[in-house]
Design a protein around this ligand. Structure first.
Ligand SMILES: Cc1cc2nc3c(=O)[nH]c(=O)nc-3n(C[C@H](O)[C@H](O)[C@H](O)COP(=O)(O)OP(=O)(O)OC[C@H]3O[C@@H](n4cnc5c(N)ncnc54)[C@H](O)[C@@H]3O)c2cc1C
Length: 527
């Protein structure tokens, strides 16, 4: 049989696609086998916490003057995806808080939980649900820790009512580098300064958070819009909904999804925590009314990391129960972030745009239109969030004039590919400056010094004052110094892609495999 040139190309493409599929499967299985860890207790006593804390405090006594305290964490566990050139600085001083991942107290009567900063929300919620409680804001990804959510500006679909995770905190114990306690009514300047400070203001060790009775289910209903303005108008109406979010599948196919807490399991009931379950963003697109168990709702974007891993299913022959059953277990955020951190983050940045942009609600439709023209990533996540005028000056929802924002989650491949990562990001930042918005700084932070100063100048001056008043003036990296891309990283991003998208993806997979075999358990570092 003779194949025409085009058919030969197709045949080659298909066989290399299945090779990539097999490679991904092997990497996943090896990774899983090497990273299983024994279960540890989720609780500790206050005395146990104090013992470990005093060891950390005494280790800080030998800290060289001028050294910068940085949270030391296994890279593979972090949900932060920016490069971290600050860690090669000679003044980098790692502080190991890896044992601070316990719950200390759950008080149902007074509705609070006290926990260490490294508790992941997935584990915290599981324990709270055993006593019928929940935190008010549960970030969408179960591996996000309580400390990471406060220092990184965690939010979710209840944020239209409660704001960010930081808005639900009652008290924080932290190191600056001495031990400090701050709360809603004690050392409030430090309390608010920590929000979205990315470990540049204090290192949190213990946190007291508000909790409330948890529902058993969330009942969801959707409404379709064909314009950004229509969807944004709806997203800003509270309407008694317990949860509100939107997903824009394209500029004229936008769902607004409202949730109501309930204790009765109305049908159809859908789950999202088993690896073979159809992913949420696909299910909800064709199901105008569903009921979801509360835990499944909170972490509905875990499998597939919103939609970012859909290309893996595509490579393996498409999304169906069989592919999800076989490979789905490796496509939760825990595994995806581990794989991501095993690779070169710059490669990811050349293949995908990942940014969370907070825009004042009144200008969100215009911003979305501009994003559509300049970037063109779909789907987009739209999450309304209540603004704050408390002195969380670094947080993206801080404003003395705007009552609410819409977080536009841009996670994916731009319409045009390959794309100019630098040009596209700098344009996004200019748009945010024009529209009075900010982006979350967990992602690659492209801001030039001028752009950063324009967005954060006043806030940084305030934070420096708070650090001075708390003995922390020289013991943390400055925010820009920590989060910005270095010149060398910018140049690496600028290197043109030579192959097709498929070829570049295969290169990335090969690189991840090589690194993984060299260093199967990842390194310790700080984001
Ligand atoms: C694709 C994608 C989707 C996302 N979606 C969401 C979402 O829906 N909702 C949401 O809330 N977030 C989302 N995030 C962002 C995520 O919340 C942040 O990256 C968060 O800060 C990660 O927390 P972590 O626990 O993994 O902490 P890490 O990654 O370890 O740390 C995050 C930052 O906080 C600092 N930090 C952590 N612990 C402490 C501490 N104890 N004291 C002081 N500083 C500390 C770290 O130094 C670092 O700068 C998303 C990220 C990605 C990549």
């Amino acid at each position: 049989m003779h194949l025409l040139a085009g058919e030969q190309d197709n045949a080659c493409e298909m066989s290399s696609t299945s090779q990539v599929g097999i490679t991904v499967l092997v990497v996943g299985i090896v990774w899983y086998a090497l990273n299983r860890r024994p279960a540890t207790s989720r609780y500790c006593t206050e005395a146990d916490y104090q013992t470990r804390l005093s060891k950390v405090l005494s280790s800080l006594e030998s800290r060289p003057p001028g050294s910068k305290l940085s949270l030391h964490r296994r890279t593979l566990e972090s949900n932060t995806i920016r490069n971290a050139s600050h860690k090669i600085s000679p003044s980098y001083f790692p502080v190991d808080l890896s044992s601070f991942h316990h719950i200390i107290q759950i008080d149902i009567t007074n509705q609070f939980v006290v926990c260490e900063s490294g508790v992941p929300f997935g584990e915290l919620l599981r324990e709270l649900l055993k006593v019928g409680m929940t935190t008010l804001v549960v970030p969408e990804l179960p591996g996000i820790t309580v400390g990471g959510a406060i220092a990184g500006g965690g939010l979710e679909s209840s944020s239209h009512r409660y704001g960010q995770v930081s808005d639900t905190v009652l008290e924080i114990e932290c190191l600056t580098p001495g031990l400090r306690t701050c709360s809603l009514d004690d050392n409030t300047e430090l309390f608010y300064a920590i929000s979205a400070s990315y470990n540049t203001c204090a290192l949190m060790t213990k946190i007291k958070l508000k909790i409330a009775p948890a529902p058993k289910y969330v009942s969801l209903s959707t409404k379709l819009y064909t314009s950004f303005q229509g969807a944004v108008d709806d997203l800003q109406k509270e309407g008694g909904s317990d949860t509100i979010e939107g997903i824009a599948y394209s500029s004229d196919d936008i769902l607004v999804i409202r949730g109501q807490h309930t204790n009765s399991a109305a049908s159809p009931l859908r789950k999202f925590t088993r690896h073979w379950d159809k992913w949420y963003y696909k299910t909800i697109r064709t199901s105008p009314q569903i009921t979801v168990p509360y835990y499944d709702y909170c972490f509905r974007y875990n499998y597939g990391s919103f939609w970012m891993a859909n290309y893996v299913l595509d490579m393996l022959g498409g999304d169906n129960i069989l592919t999800r059953f076989v490979i789905g277990a490796f496509l939760d955020t825990k595994h995806l972030f581990a794989v991501l951190h095993s690779g070169n983050l710059t490669d990811l940045g050349r293949m995908r745009i990942i940014q969370d942009c907070y825009v004042p609600t009144g200008r969100a439709a215009e911003f979305l239109q501009a994003e559509d023209e300049d970037v063109g990533v779909y789907p987009l996540w739209l999450c309304p969030i209540k603004g704050t005028s408390t002195k969380q000056v670094l947080a993206s929802h801080y404003s003395l004039t705007e009552g609410s924002f819409i977080n536009v989650g841009i996670y994916g491949r731009p319409r045009r590919f390959p794309f100019d990562a630098s040009g596209m990001h700098l344009r996004l930042i200019d748009l945010l400056i024009d529209y009075g918005g900010r982006s979350m700084l967990y992602a690659q932070t492209w801001h030039t010094p001028k752009q950063f100063w324009e967005m954060y100048g006043d806030a940084i001056e305030h934070i420096d004052g708070v650090k001075g008043a708390n003995g922390a003036e020289d013991c943390f990296f400055g925010l820009y110094e920590k989060v910005r891309l270095s010149q060398a990283e910018r140049e690496e991003f600028g290197k043109p892609m030579l192959g097709t998208e498929g070829e570049e993806t295969r290169k990335v997979v090969k690189d991840i495999m090589k690194r993984k075999f060299k260093n199967p358990i990842g390194s310790w570092t700080c984001r």
